[in-house]
Design a protein around this ligand. Structure first.
Ligand SMILES: Cc1ncc(COP(=O)(O)O)c(C=O)c1O
Length: 398
């Protein structure tokens, strides 16, 4: 098949875009010989922590690495159960499985597709150690209910904020509501640090010290950790005191580079405006799609601040074509790259091998037959939104 020509920039591979500000920041960094985890990383961490309203932020190589470190900090080990959603990118579950944790899937709300707090409650058992809600597509989970459940059972909450830097729920920023938050700066996300990157946030010093200890190989540092935050050079004075004798475990290399952080600082400055553009585009698209029979739209978020990382609709049974045909037609005929986020994690190969199967999360499984991601990113024009709405409306006529 000849590859279709994508029209009006209607693909979803643009999470964000870079400008002259990022280019200038990179140039400055090159003048400094583009170090590993240096002063730019520290500045990025401080500004990101401030932005989220937490005391600590730690820059890492990806959200997957961040989730892994958060899992270590939460004390997840072999046999410990972690309750999370079946609808997310597989990294949300894989990070905990890699630590030997047992992933338990709690079904989702059929409208928002976010994890359902009631279903979390039903899955809590003696071995449960943590809850990992994902603010799916950019809409925050019902964090007040989730935190109440966690408090009642003494569980750690790790927010997966990969989809919503800058998102809010009842006035609180994502990454500040759980015990830890984990962000992704992959190229498709609302902000990026040169294609890959991530951040762990927390208000808890003890958790932070654990996370920072494992970011660098052999880096369990005793004493006043405040002196040693982020800048590896700061550890230098310890060299003279044989600081490596104080390690009590091996760690990893999940350090972000200064070049990535320099770009991240500029991206953070643009985040609110880019999120605003996403919202304006999403609201316009929703208005234009309203009234099409058999289509469920994402709707607004009265309790929060949807960051529209992804714009996801559901193709109901009374729509003239099914999900597969809908996506195929949009791509091949109209030049619009629609997608399906995501394959329910419990039905993926690695989790089937662990005994998960159909019927475990019926709401998510049913939704999988219906959800379609339409392109949304700050570079889209209103002309593109008009075109997309027109194409969908046409398909709705059968
Ligand atoms: C919800 C969610 N969590 C975690 C991740 C992993 O992010 P990263 O690619 O930075 O490891 C992703 C990436 O797509 C994601 O969508």
């Amino acid at each position: 098949m000849k590859k279709p020509v994508i029209k009006y920039n209607l693909e979803i591979s643009h999470g964000t875009s870079y400008g002259l500000e990022e280019a200038a920041a990179l140039l400055e960094c090159l003048k400094d010989n583009a170090p590993s985890c240096g002063k730019k990383v520290k500045q990025f961490e401080e500004e990101f922590a401030d932005y989220c309203g937490v005391s600590f932020a730690l820059a890492v190589t990806s959200a997957t690495a961040g989730l892994y470190l958060a899992g270590i900090a939460a004390g997840i080990g072999p046999g410990d159960e972690v309750i999370t959603t079946p609808i997310s990118w597989i990294a949300t579950s894989a990070a905990f499985a890699a630590l030997g944790g047992v992933v338990v899937f709690a079904d989702v709300d059929p409208i928002t597709l976010n994890i359902d707090p009631q279903k979390i409650k039903e899955k809590i058992g003696e071995k449960t150690k943590a809850i990992v809600p994902v603010h799916l597509y950019g809409r925050c989970c019902r964090m007040d209910r989730i935190m109440k459940i966690a408090d009642e059972h003494g569980l750690i909450v790790i927010e997966d904020c990969a989809h919503n830097p800058g998102g809010e729920y009842k006035g609180k920023r994502s990454g500040s509501m759980g015990h830890m938050g984990v962000f992704s700066f992959h190229q498709q996300k609302n902000m990026s640090t040169l294609g890959e990157g991530g951040m762990v946030t927390t208000a808890d010093r003890v958790l932070f010290e654990k996370v920072i200890s494992y970011r660098s190989l052999c880096c369990r540092i005793y004493g006043d950790s405040q002196k040693y935050l982020s800048i590896d050079e700061d550890v230098y004075p310890m060299n003279r005191k044989y600081w490596w004798m104080h390690f009590d475990d091996t760690g990893y290399n999940f350090r972000m580079t200064d070049a990535q952080a320099a770009v991240g600082i500029e991206q953070l400055k643009k985040l609110d405006e880019n999120n605003r553009k996403r919202r304006v585009l999403a609201e316009a698209l929703t208005r234009k799609l309203e009234g099409i029979k058999g289509l469920s739209l994402p709707g607004d978020d009265p309790e929060g601040n949807h960051t529209f990382h992804l714009y996801v609709i559901q193709i109901e049974d009374d729509f003239p074509v099914n999900k597969t045909d809908f996506m195929w037609e949009l791509y091949t005929v109209k030049g619009i790259k629609a997608w399906s986020h995501y394959m329910p994690i419990h039905l993926t190969g690695p989790f089937r091998k662990q005994g998960h199967s159909e019927g475990e999360c019926p709401v998510a499984e049913n939704a999988f037959n219906k959800y379609v991601t339409l392109p949304i990113h700050p570079e889209l024009t209103m002309e593109a939104i008009d075109y997309m709405a027109e194409c969908v409306r046409e398909l709705g006529k059968g």
